[in-house]
Ligand binder design. Structure first.
Ligand SMILES: Nc1nc2c(c(=O)[nH]1)N=C([C@H](O)[C@@H](O)CO)CN2
Length: 117
């Protein structure tokens, strides 16, 4: 199978466990990989036959910024569920990075893999 991916999608949102995090915006970066079959789209040179990464980026950003979330695990799980429900993909990989969270680290985050049941 093939993959449509988005790397380092930047999303500024209210994210965090602690009280001081609930009144500020912090930056997340998302890497997304959606398993699909790109052959028909390539053959027909037709955007309607593939996963439009621009639409995916908009929907993921809207989902994450709709309401405050505490854990980046929750962000990853909600994004994976939405992608599997709304797009023609059977398997997704979602990485959520929160670079401002640990001063001594370049970044921290979670990576999950979810498949359609
Ligand atoms: N596994 C996780 N650990 C932590 C998270 C998280 O979302 N997942 N969040 C925090 C705080 O919000 C932190 O980012 C504040 O700097 C701590 N650990």
């Amino acid at each position: 199978m093939d993959i449509v991916f988005i790397k380092q999608l930047q999303v500024d949102t209210v994210i965090g466990v602690y009280d001081w995090e609930k009144s500020i915006q912090q930056r997340l970066f998302l890497d997304l990989a959606l398993t699909t079959d790109t052959k028909a789209a390539a053959t027909g040179d037709d955007i309607k036959l593939t996963l439009d990464y621009a639409i995916i980026a908009d929907k993921v950003t809207a989902l994450i910024t709709a309401q405050p979330i505490e854990l980046i695990e929750t962000v990853a799980e909600r994004v994976a569920a939405m992608l599997l429900q709304q797009f023609a993909t059977s398997k997704v990989e979602v990485t959520v990075s929160k670079p401002g969270a640990v001063a001594q680290a370049q970044t921290v985050g979670v990576h999950i893999v979810r498949s359609r049941n």
